[in-house]
Design a protein around this ligand. Sequence first.
Ligand SMILES: *[C@@H]1O[C@H](CO)[C@@H](O)[C@H](O)[C@H]1NC(C)=O
Ligand SMILES: *[C@@H]1O[C@H](CO)[C@@H](O)[C@H](O)[C@H]1NC(C)=O
Ligand SMILES: *[C@@H]1O[C@H](CO)[C@@H](O)[C@H](O)[C@H]1NC(C)=O
Length: 372
Amino acid sequence: MKPTLAMINSRRYVLIVILLLLGFHYILRISHESYAKSTSLSRLVEQLSLNRTLLTDPYYNDHRRANATFVFLCRNSDLAGVVTSMQQMEDRFNRKYQYPWVLLNDEPFTDDFKKRVSVLTDAPIQFGVIPREQWVQPDWIDEKKAEVARKVMVWQRIIYGGMYRNMCRFNSGFFYRHELLLPYKYYWRVEPDVKFFCDVDYDPFLFMQEHNKTYGFTITMEEFKETIITLWDTTKEFLVDNPQYVAQDNALGFLSDDGGISYNLCHYWSNFEIADMDFWRGEAYAKYFDFLESKGGFYYERWGDAPVHSIAASLFLSKHQLHFFRDIGYRHEPFQHCPQDDDWSRGRCSCNPDDNFDYTPASCIRNFDRIF
Ligand SMILES: *[C@@H]1O[C@H](CO)[C@@H](O)[C@H](O)[C@H]1NC(C)=O
Ligand SMILES: *[C@@H]1O[C@H](CO)[C@@H](O)[C@H](O)[C@H]1NC(C)=O
Ligand SMILES: *[C@@H]1O[C@H](CO)[C@@H](O)[C@H](O)[C@H]1NC(C)=O
C-alpha cells in the first residue's frame, strides 16, 4: 500500500516529538549535574570558610569551654519574646560558642513551643518543669497576711505589686538546685523580650573562671522601698549570728552609704546575671536564704531576687569577685546598658550610646565605682 501524504506527515510528527523529548531529557540532565556540582562546590567553600573561622578563633581552637549554661525561666505564653531573646543571644554570641540552654517553666512546655525554640540553636537544649514545692507559696505562710500585703502594694501603685512572688522566691533560692542545672557551675540568665545589642567575641564564662569572678551584671539601680521594708534589718539579724560569712574586702559600700546602718536600695538588676551557682549553693548563701525564707518576707513583703542576690554577693564575696560587664549591650524594658567608645564599635552595637542607664540619677553604678 502506498503511504498517503497524511500518514507520512503523522510519522514525521512522531519522529519530531521523540527527538524533542530526547533533547529535553539531555538538557535536564546536564543542568541537574552542573547544579549539583555548583552546590557541592558552594558547600565546600562554606565548609572551608567555617573551618577558617574556627581555626582563627582561639576558643574554638583549643575547644576550651567553661562549665556553664544559659538559664531561661519562661512560660508557653512568652514564646514570641523567648524566640527574640534567644535568637539575639545565638547570633551575637552563642552560635560560635555553643553553650547549652536550660529552659524552665512552672508547667510543661508545649510541643509547639519546643519546636519553635529548638530551631534557633545547634547547642543542646533542655526543657524542665519546676517542682511544685519550689514554686507555690508554702502552706505555713499566713495567706491572709500575704493577701493584705499584695493589696497594699497594688494600692501603692508599686509596679507588679500584686504579682511575681513565686518567681522572686524561686530565683532567689531554688533555680540553682533544679536537677537540670545541678550539672553546671556558671550560668547566664536570659529573659523574654530582652535585647543583646553587641557582638560578644570572647567567652564571658571563661572570663569569669580565669579572673576569679563570681557575680557579673550590666545594670544597677534602686529597689522600691515598699517591697523590702524589713529586708535589711533581717539581714543584719542574720549577720549578728553569722559574722563569719562576711568577706574581708566586701562591697558593703555599694549597698550602704552609712557603713551598714541603712540600706540605700542599690542592687544589681538580676534579669541579667552571669554568675557562679556554686556561690548560691554554698554554705553562706544557703543559710542566708533559709533565714530569709523563715521570715516569710518573700510573701509578706515582696523581697526580690535582685536585692537578695545583690546583698549576698556584696557581703559574702570579695568586691574583686564582682564584675561589671560594661562591654555587653543589654536592654530589659525600660532600661538599657549601651557600651561606650571602643566597646561600642568593637561590638558593632546596635544601641544608641547616648541612651545608656549608667550615670543617670537612678543608676547605682557610681556606688560600684566608689568602692574601688
Ligand atoms: C573542615 O574541618 C573538618 C573537621 O576538622 C574536616 O573534617 C573537614 O575535612 C574540613 N573541611 C575542609 C573543606 O577543609
Ligand atoms: C560542673 O560544675 C558542677 C557544679 O560545680 C559540678 O558538679 C560538675 O561536676 C562540673 N562538671 C564538670 C564537667 O566539671
Ligand atoms: C579568688 O578570690 C577569693 C576571694 O578573694 C580568694 O579567696 C581566692 O583565693 C581567689 N582564688 C584565686 C584562684 O585567685
